[in-house]
Design a protein around this ligand. Structure first.
Ligand SMILES: C[S@@+](CC[C@H](N)C(=O)[O-])C[C@H]1O[C@@H](n2cnc3c(N)ncnc32)[C@H](O)[C@@H]1O
Length: 253
């Protein structure tokens, strides 16, 4: 039997790596890394830095190009499903060819594996298919949501309230349904600009935990334009963008 570890590595700061993750890193014989190309080369570099810093002795890293995710308007679900199948096939092949029986492989998962990351879904599918016999363990990591709240020194909600976590694509519907505290991830189009900013506070963070971290907070009506500008300048400069933000309806009165 082969063993697979899904290790949450935190959201950009090598010091996010927990003691449990360090132990898991040192239990792995091989690390699998999906290379998404130049734009996010920094994320592959961070994985290397984490291994260099925390793994005692030499380690083996297998880097595979990530299949490009082509999302055409109108066929989002089909395109995501096709990309999902491609990735499952790649992961299965890696487990078959790069991991011997009795060995332990590891995926270093950005942030926490439970949040907007499909590695667990891919791996569960491989287990269900049964072509490779593998057991799976998950190590929790510091998500970008936790990193955002800590950077701004805020709780995500008032006492006894709910907080919803959603994507840029779903923000308008979530907000219209009356959500009071919403964390938005995976937002390529600054979806907050489509909301009525009156009575809304935003806490925004980009490249959290990295030396390039950017933070802006305030009433959405006052800082919305600034965030759009700062975000587009940073994206231009670095070639990629990772941002997360919290929107909150101000209490009545
Ligand atoms: C594919 S999801 C992965 C989320 C990850 N599993 C987590 O726990 O944070 C990528 C999204 O996470 C958010 N994200 C991840 N790292 C971030 C960071 N360092 N700063 C700001 N947002 C980040 C962004 O919203 C980005 O679009």
């Amino acid at each position: 039997v082969k063993k697979l570890l899904l290790i949450g590595i935190g959201s950009g700061d090598p010091e996010h790596v927990t003691m449990q993750a360090v132990r898991a890193l040192n239990a792995a014989d091989v690390f699998f890394v999906m290379d998404k190309g130049d734009a996010t080369g920094e994320m592959v570099a961070l994985r290397r830095e984490i291994c260099d810093r925390y793994v005692e002795g030499p380690y083996r890293m297998v880097s595979t190009p990530d299949p490009e995710r082509v999302l055409r308007p109108g066929s989002y679900e089909t395109d995501v499903a096709a990309w999902h199948d491609q990735r499952v096939a790649i992961y299965e092949e890696l487990l078959r060819t790069e991991l011997a029986d009795g060995e332990t492989g590891a995926f270093l998962v950005w942030g926490d594996p439970s949040l907007y990351d499909s590695t667990l879904r891919f791996v569960d599918e491989i287990v269900a298919r049964g072509a490779v016999e593998v057991t799976v363990e998950v190590v929790a990591g510091i998500s970008s949501v936790a990193a955002l709240a800590a950077a701004h020194r805020i709780p995500l909600h008032g006492v006894g309230q709910s907080v919803e976590i959603t994507t840029g694509r779903r923000l308008a519907a979530t907000w219209a349904a009356g959500a009071v505290n919403v964390v938005v991830m995976l937002d390529g189009r600054t979806a907050f600009t489509e909301l009525d900013p009156a009575g809304v506070t935003i806490h925004w963070g980009a490249y959290l935990g990295t030396p390039d971290e950017l933070l802006v907070a305030g009433p959405l009506a006052d800082v919305g334009d600034e965030i759009v500008r700062v975000r587009s300048e940073a994206k231009e400069r670095k070639g990629w963008m990772f941002d997360t933000y919290l929107l909150q309806r101000d209490p009545p009165g």
